[in-house]
Design a binder for this molecule. Structure first.
Ligand code: RP5
Length: 216
């Protein structure tokens, strides 16, 4: 028995899979999570470190697509859903099953708890689409990465949805030079930050650095 609110999402996914929308107007990355309680880890904010949303929207100029039939201005986009593997298995299955036809190139799937089955089941159903699993908690790592031979999943360390987004864009960048350039620019920015901090720490000395940086 699937309740109406879930069934309408399932129906919508299947309808969208039948639409003939150019790939450039469909989301490139699909982000799914087992619960909205995973959102702080998957997106960032609310006391958590930057997550996949922050990597895509703030660092790499992606835009979130909230209407499948109305692409955002940005060329590269992602979408976000909650699909619980245990509470809404039909929705999880429908998302994974339709993802490729809906134009998604890579899925980032996050779940917490000891039975974090959304990433691994999504990977099984969506195959051959690549799925990057995010264990939302340390105790979720084994259930996310523990796939049998022949059933692949790529995964990041617990909570590292930011890196999952970078990995997803690395995959897309093999076909999109513009994304390759954005990734390189992001990495150069990281190097610059380390270089600047290192010079300041060395030249200000530890007490001076603490005053300059910690009292900001
Ligand atoms: C998992 O159970 C979810 O991914 C979440 O991390 C955890 C708890 O879910 P809620 O009870 O907060 O919805 O399936």
């Amino acid at each position: 028995m699937t309740v109406d609110s879930v069934q309408s999402l399932i129906d919508q996914l299947h309808e969208e899979a039948e639409m003939d929308i150019p790939e450039s107007e469909t989301p490139d990355i699909g982000i799914v999570m087992g619960s909205d309680s995973d959102l702080a880890t998957m997106a960032g904010g609310n006391g958590k470190r930057p997550g996949a949303y922050a990597a895509l929207a703030d660092e790499l100029d992606f835009e979130e697509q909230t209407d499948y039939t109305d692409a955002p201005d940005a060329r590269y986009s992602f979408e976000t859903f909650v699909c619980s593997a245990h509470r809404t298995p039909d929705l999880m299955y429908a998302y994974a099953e339709t993802a490729e036809a809906r134009g998604i190139d890579v899925i980032i799937a996050g779940a917490g708890g000891k039975s974090a089955d959304l990433p691994n089941m999504t990977a099984s159903v969506a195959y051959p689409l690549p799925v990057i699993g995010v264990p939302v908690q340390e105790k979720s790592v084994d259930s996310v990465i523990g796939m049998p031979q022949g059933a692949p999943i790529t995964a990041v360390d617990a909570g590292k949805s930011f890196n999952a987004a970078l990995t997803a864009v690395q995959m897309l960048a093999r076909e999109h030079d513009e994304l390759r350039e954005r990734l390189v620019a992001y990495h150069e920015g990281l190097q610059t930050e380390v270089g600047d901090v290192s010079r300041d720490l060395h030249e200000l000395g530890t007490p001076g650095f603490k005053t300059a940086y910690w009292d900001e």
